[in-house]
Write a protein that binds this ligand. Structure first.
Ligand code: ADP
Ligand code: MG
Length: 628
């Protein structure tokens, strides 16, 4: 028997392995199953090019938990190792056998799916085991070998009895890791990391019911048989070509990925590139609500069908992290920090490729089935609006299919909208005035007033829309967004027929002073306007600029203005052509005049949604008194 010291520069690497990767102990299984997969794929490759004269067959990988013996077994039917190979690949930690293999078969092994250099590798076994055994038989005629190591750098290596080709790893589970002796825990890990690995993985058996034989009696139970319990799907949808898949297959795969999601995805995007980097995957647009915090199911990152993480930050542009699905790429460096990732050239290219694919898919959905696209708009707009804000490349493409719905459910592209309102909604500086509402209920009276004048009113209600409007106003020429309750419309939009005021300037001045004195509130600026006599006598507006700043502060991005709390500022627009306004002016008793002003103001505040609490209670009480 040979004994020796593992060739490491650090005197004792195992305490280090344990300590530094404490939080990630569970990855040992991923590493060992990856090695078993590599070994099997290597054999597949060697047999396919005639380098190994053995039958490849239908190899599987088996995981066994021996709770009593406190052991976990990982058994494969792959290439195995000779004693010399164990010496070379296991004892010399710094050397990766996968690397040598890929190097040797450079040309033919490209697509073999061998992972190599995945993470910590074989030695991660020591994160959970106090002793590890390798019993292995090479696919060549060489005798089998057994290697053991108890966590110190000392190992033993000897010839062993093993008839069948392949490798068995035995982990003698350490006292502090007995959680991994629970079948449920292993099952959880297998389903997290190995659900889509390319070689079938067996974990236990399950009972399968067979059809009854024809001569069976009614009361006879159906026959059953024990079959291997294969926990993975070795051929997941993303590894196939888009032409091989139907809509149903994509939906089926979504359910496989997210068994707890009952809502169907809106559509999918199949990613498939091999130059200048390798990337496959399927992304799904889920139904999104405005509540972005409820985001549990995320995009999963795989490397050659091995799960790596569901934190794709830095790889996928931020606005697309709201999507779901799978990305698989051997070209993403995995053992580096996120900040490094963002600077990595390959990763940058991946990120912009994904952005482009998503934009193209959206553009084709818009073009090919606009009706359907409109129907889905509310569920996807957050992603698109966010993307337009954060990625200029995306903005350029999305500008052609981003939709602007009206309060009555007509969907315009920006260009169509411009065309529609041109000539009818321009201000004094010849800017197009785009009127919008953020809440149909709360701004109802203002919406109605605008519609009565023949204006288009958009319904823009996502939380980031104020930021997007800001961006549109700076990147497009001569447009401005104004909420319906931000200004009095006749003041805002250029009109041919200007109203003539029924009141003289002097009367207006008197009235203004009266109102100012009565309401005695600095938040209100009083404006006298000659409007249509049918328009409300008092209208409260909140300037667009201030309100939008406030909103932007709430949704982030406004911090740069450093404004803290912004003051409440309203305009009280008084329609000098309204009968009630004349009545206020002509009322002789101060008390009655004040009552009329206060009541009218409260009605205007009610309409704007500003009357609340005690003031509302008082208003209602007062109104009952009046109608009595
Ligand atoms: P890597 O997989 O990145 O090469 P590991 O530390 O995981 O690094 O494994 C080191 C080497 O040990 C592998 O490259 C391979 O040559 C050998 N090896 C590990 N596990 C097995 C196995 N189950 N069958 C055959 N060889 C194996
Ligand atoms: Mg490995």
């Amino acid at each position: 028997m040979a004994t020796g010291k593992i060739n490491v520069s650090v005197e004792n690497i195992f305490p280090l392995i344990k300590k530094f990767l404490y939080s990630d102990h569970e990855i040992f299984l991923r590493e060992l199953v990856s090695n078993a997969t590599d070994a099997t794929l290597k054999l597949k490759h060697l047999t396919s090019i005639g380098e190994a004269s053995v039958e490849y067959g239908n190899p599987i990988i088996e995981i066994k938990v021996d709770k009593e013996g406190e052991k976990i077994h990982i058994i494969d039917q792959g290439v195995g190792m000779t004693k010399e190979e164990v010496e070379k690949y296991i004892n010399d930690i710094a050397f990766s056998g996968a690397e040598e293999f890929l190097d040797k078969y450079k040309d033919s092994a490209k697509d073999s799916g061998i992972i190599g250099h995945f993470g910590l590798g074989f030695y991660s076994a020591f994160m959970v085991a106090e002793k590890v055994e390798i019993i292995t038989k090479s696919y060549t005629d060489a005798p089998a070998a057994r290697w053991t190591c108890d966590g110190s750098p000392n190992f033993t290596l000897e010839e062993a009895e093993k008839e069948t080709r392949g490798t068995e790893i035995v982990l003698h589970v350490a006292e502090d890791s007995t959680e991994f002796l629970e079948e449920s825990r292993i099952e959880e890990l297998l389903s997290k990391y190995n659900k889509f690995m390319p070689i079938p993985i067996k974990f236990g058996t399950r009972t399968e019911t067979l059809p009854k034989p024809e001569d069976a009696k009614e009361e006879d139970p159906a026959p059953t048989q024990e079959v291997d319990n294969i926990i993975n799907n070795p051929n997941p949808a993303w590894t196939k070509l888009p032409t091989e898949l139907k809509e149903e297959d994509y939906k089926g795969f979504y359910r496989e990925l997210y068994p707890m999601q009952f809502e169907e995805p809106l559509f999918n995007i199949h990613l498939n590139v091999d130059y200048p980097f390798n990337l496959t995957g399927i992304l799904y647009f889920p139904k999104l609500t405005n509540d972005l915090s409820a985001q549990k199911d995320r995009i999963q990152l795989y490397q050659n069908q091995v799960f790596v993480t569901d934190n794709v930050e830095g790889i996928v542009p931020e606005f697309l992290t709201m999507l779901r699905g799978v990305i698989d790429s051997p070209d993403i460096p995995l053992n580096v920090s996120r900040s490094y990732l963002q600077a990595d050239g390959a990763v940058k290219k991946i990120s912009s490729y994904i952005t482009r694919k998503v934009a193209d898919k959206l553009a084709s959905l818009f073009k090919n089935n606009r009706e359907d696209f409109e129907a889905k708009w509310n569920d996807i707009k957050i992603v698109i609006e966010y993307g337009m804000l954060s990625e200029d490349k995306f903005y350029e493409k999305a500008d052609k299919f981003a939709l602007y719905p009206t309060v009555d459910g007509t969907y315009y592209t920006f260009e169509e909208l411009q065309e529609k309102i041109k000539g009818n909604q321009t201000d004094k500086e010849d800017k197009l005035v785009i009127l919008y509402a953020s809440n149909k209920e709360e701004q109802h009276s203002y919406i109605e007033a605008a519609k009565n004048k023949g204006y288009e009113v958009l319904l823009l209600d996502s939380p980031i829309v104020p930021h997007l409007m800001q961006k549109l106003e700076t990147s497009k020429e001569k447009i401005s967004f104004t909420r319906v309750d931000a200004d009095h419309l006749d003041n805002l939009i250029k009109k041919e027929d200007t109203q003539i005021s029924k009141l003289s300037d002097e009367e207006k001045e008197t009235l203004k002073t009266d109102i100012e004195k009565t309401i005695n509130n600095k938040s209100y600026t009083i404006q006298m306007e000659a409007m249509d006599s049918n328009a409300s006598p008092f209208i409260i507006t909140e300037p667009e600029f201030l309100r939008r700043m406030k909103e932007m502060q709430q949704t982030g991005g406004g911090g740069m203005f450093g404004m803290g709390n912004m003051p409440e500022m309203y305009n009280l627009v008084v329609n000098t052509n309204h009968e009630l306004v004349s009545e206020i002016l002509n009322t002789k008793t101060t008390k009655k005049k004040e009552r009329l002003i206060n009541q009218s103001l409260d009605l205007a505040r009610l309409s704007k949604g500003l009357l609340k609490g005690e003031e509302l209670t008082n208003f209602i009480k007062r109104s009952y008194e009046m109608v009595k």
